[in-house]
Design a protein around this ligand. Sequence first.
Ligand SMILES: [Zn+2]
Length: 247
Amino acid sequence: MSYQQVADDVFLINGTDVNMVLLRDGRDLTLIDAGWYGDAARIEAVLDKLGHRPQDINAILLTHAHLDHVGAINHLHAYGIPAYTSAAEVPHAKGEVHESATPLDVIQRALKDRAALGWALRITRAGGLRKNAVPHIQPFPNEGPLDLPGHPVPISTAGHTSGHTVFHLPEVGAVATGDALVTAHPVSKIEGPQLLPLFFHHNVESAKAALDALEPLDAATVLPGHGPIYTGGIGKAVIEARAAVQV
Ligand SMILES: [Zn+2]
């Protein structure tokens, strides 16, 4: 399965153990996140299945600059597609600061856990050890809803990284939560709404507090950065995530 249709004009694209969200308005598209470096061909294949070309993407929005979300941004920039993230995340995306367990840390941790071993191999094949800075990244052009297909609304959820942003989609009652709230991950022992294992977060206390910004959103559908779609509502997802914090 390479993608799922969430609403008339909203699609979840499955990358290598990571999700992206595609918003459509006629011929025009917005892409939220860009998978791993090696997921570029998958993205292009989904666009093709939907009858689109990469040039139809008006902009890429980045929840945060970890390698499993930045992936194909530079590849797609060859089509002239701009990329935006929060002002606080720009230095991270440009590679001026580092806010993650290094890919090697993550893989070494995974090697201790047989269940995660397959994942470590998959992400290595998908470019998980490559540096992937985005020199052309820009801060969001305005506050509030963005003038892009799907009219996504950036909501600051700093913690997982210093400038992590989720994108509320009020027109369809959904929210793309990136890594502020996920529903599964190959290195997580649990399923359902949750924070990622805490070693993944730049600031653990802020990552926990960021759930407060998600809770009141009007969103029945949760489109996480990792794991399956959750349709029980973001409020319930946050309550479950708070109860499920792992070390
Ligand atoms: Zn992340």
